[in-house]
Design a protein. Structure first.
Ligand code: S3P
Length: 164
């Protein structure tokens, strides 16, 4: 089967759902951010500090293309949809699942988080702004949309499996 790409904002639960789905479907999971870190030997924070967002996006696109397009679950960085070529790649090569969550839920999940360079500072304002800017891009890429707000991991995975 084609790989399943999990997309969505930071804190939408891609990593958690990816792992749970991996167990349910008996498919391995790979993550685009982890691939970027593996390729460079640096953390995402270090890459943003050294090469900025533009440098990170170039690496992210390169890594996306090297991830398996069959029989894998691929979890992606929240900004993977910013490039049209990435949206097209995922649409053409797999099933794209958007994990949606309200800004309030995202803020709750990301409380105290220091690993997301784009949310340093005015976190609340930034989440609302970036999420609304990106929503059309997430919708453009997605084959399936799952609302994760106030749902357990089990419920989300069950819903997702029914809609694949
Ligand atoms: C980003 C999301 C992060 C990571 C980087 C940029 C974004 O991944 O790729 O910090 O632009 O939304 P997660 O969505 O896994 O947090």
């Amino acid at each position: 089967m084609k790989s399943i790409y999990l997309i969505g904002f930071m804190g939408s639960g891609k990593t958690t759902i990816g792992k749970a789905l991996s167990l349910s479907l008996n498919l391995p999971v790979m993550d685009s951010d982890e691939e970027v870190s593996r390729l460079t030997g640096k953390t995402i924070v270090e890459i943003f500090e050294g090469e900025g967002e533009v440098g990170f996006r170039t690496l992210e696109t390169k890594c996306l293309r090297n991830l398996p397009v069959e029989n894998f679950i691929i979890t992606t960085g929240g900004g993977i949809v910013l490039k049209e070529e990435n949206r097209q790649w995922m649409r053409e090569n797999g099933k794209v699942v958007l994990l949606d969550a309200s800004p309030e839920e995202i803020l709750k999940r990301l409380e105290g988080d220091k690993t997301r360079p784009l949310l340093i500072g005015e976190k609340e304002t930034k989440v609302v702004k970036i999420l609304s800017e990106r929503m059309p891009l997430y919708l453009d890429a997605a084959d399936v949309i799952i609302d994760t707000t106030d749902k357990s991991v089990e419920t989300i995975v069950e819903e997702l499996m029914n809609r694949l």
